[in-house]
Ligand binder design. Structure first.
Ligand code: FAD
Ligand code: DHB
Length: 395
């Protein structure tokens, strides 16, 4: 087997990258460990920045997102009983975000990818090993249908998430990994109930953080901060609904509509960056190269800038014989990544309960007071939340 770009991972990064390349006539093969249903069922991101929305349009997979996605012009922040709204539109010159679930986005991408003549997908590809990427002759070895296979390619895109095979294949002395693990996780619940409010609510409460999000006008997504030793089995639906209502100001708690969970899961929180993101002919993209705690809704939106830079660089390579953009991929992508790592860490630090020391909450309250009383403070939240721009000089 042979192709131009060998892509490991059929999540949003691998799928969208393949589409962007295909529209420039560049063929690729995606190796995905699971099947389509499994990848589509993962309940993860819900908030798209304009940059990701634009990329979906560019990949010609944006039609349903345009119809069904919900544009949001602000978020609500609460501290105890205090309620404040951050108005993105007013603070950032009209910028907004879009509520559109990763499940839906992944489905749209698979619909396009599986009928795209330039893209092949191998599902249930096991034991994937990238080889030869430092010697100029990349090969992806893997097992499919019980048979060993090899895919020769010009470049490898490692789009296989935090636990994938691509970063693991890099010699340890060539990579530096920066990591922070937070002392809590998020317990998420999805329910077919109308959202408690028309905008997202990020709540700092003395019992811990809570987030009220949504997927549509009839489907809610809620999260509560939980200890690292907590198990989903310890959280029957009633316990979850009681806890989230206790963490919200009365005017929201009183009108929350509860119902049976469609899904419940616990996610750990981590900040992680690998440097660099290029190793010869192997490039890391999305969660394979970096993870942020979900508080700022940045994970998928960071994958978007990676996909944009790498697709632009590969298209310049094939269409104009240029390799300068491939050389600049890592440093350009990392600049935006570190900015989002900083914001996600900071937003987490001002909204979660880290310890039992009363001084922590007093300092958080002082910061909340300062931020909400200052246009500069509100603007820093707004412009980071809607997403920092891609580097326009890359191209
Ligand atoms: P992944 O989605 O992890 O996809 C990687 C793919 O590679 C998977 O399909 C996997 O099966 C496959 N794979 C892995 N290993 C191998 C292998 N060895 N061989 C072959 N295939 C392999 N982001 C936002 O932007 N906004 C949000 O609101 C948001 N909310 C979130 C909420 C939660 C609770 C969580 C957990 C995450 C959230 N994120 C959010 C982050 C977002 O979901 C991820 O950043 C995004 O999924 C990254 O996409 P990816 O394609 O890079 O990686
Ligand atoms: C969602 C997840 C987030 O991490 C976030 O900050 C906002 C929304 C969500 O799943 O809807």
């Amino acid at each position: 087997m042979q192709t131009r770009i060998g892509i490991i991972g059929g999540g949003p990064s691998g799928l969208c990258l393949a589409r962007l390349l295909s529209l420039a006539g560049i063929k690729s093969v995606i190796l995905e460990r699971h099947d389509r249903a499994h990848v589509e069922a993962r309940i993860r991101a819900g908030i798209l920045e304009q940059g990701m929305v634009d990329l979906m349009r560019k990949a010609q997979v944006g039609a349903r997102m345009e119809r069904e996605g919900l544009p949001h012009d602000g978020i609500v922040l609460t501290f105890g009983d205090r309620v404040e709204r951050v108005d993105f539109a007013a603070l950032t010159g009209g910028q907004r975000v879009m509520v559109y679930g990763q499940t839906e986005l992944t489905r749209d991408l698979y619909d396009a990818v599986l009928s795209d003549a330039n893209i092949s997908v191998v599902f249930q590809a096991h034991d994937v090993h990238p080889r030869g990427f430092l010697d100029g002759q990349p090969v992806l070895e893997f097992v499919a249908d019980g048979q060993p296979r090899a895919l020769a390619c010009d470049f490898i895109a490692g789009c296989d998430g935090y636990h994938g095979a691509s970063r693991a294949a890099v010699p340890r002395d060539m990579i530096t990994e920066y990591e922070r693990i937070y002392p809590f996780g998020w317990l998420g619940l999805l329910a077919d109930t109308p959202p408690v409010h028309e905008e997202l609510i990020y709540s700092n409460h003395e019992r811990g953080f809570a987030l009220c999000s949504m997927r549509s006008h009839t489907r809610s997504r809620y999260y509560v901060q939980v200890g690292l030793t907590e198990k989903v089995e310890d959280w029957p639906d009633d316990r979850f609904w009681d806890e989230i209502r206790r963490r919200l100001p009365g005017r929201f708690a009183d009108k929350m509509v509860i119902g049976p969970a469609i899904e419940k899961s616990i996610a750990p929180l981590r900040s992680f960056v690998a440097e660099p993101l290029r190793f010869g002919k192997l490039f890391l993209v999305g969660d394979a190269g970096h993870i942020v705690p979900p508080t700022g809704a940045k994970g998928l939106n960071l994958a978007a800038s990676d996909m944009y830079y790498l697709s632009t660089a590969l298209i310049a390579f094939y269409q104009q014989g240029r390799s300068d953009l491939l050389d600049r991929y890592s440093q350009t992508a990392l600049r935006r990544i570190w900015a989002a790592v900083r914001f996600s860490w900071w937003f987490t630090s001002i909204s979660h309960r880290f310890n039992d020391e009363p001084i922590e909450r007093k300092i958080q309250l002082a910061e909340f007071d300062y931020l909400m009383g200052s246009t500069a403070g509100r603007t820093t939240i707004a412009e980071n939340y809607v997403g920092l721009p891609f580097d326009a000089s890359f191209g």
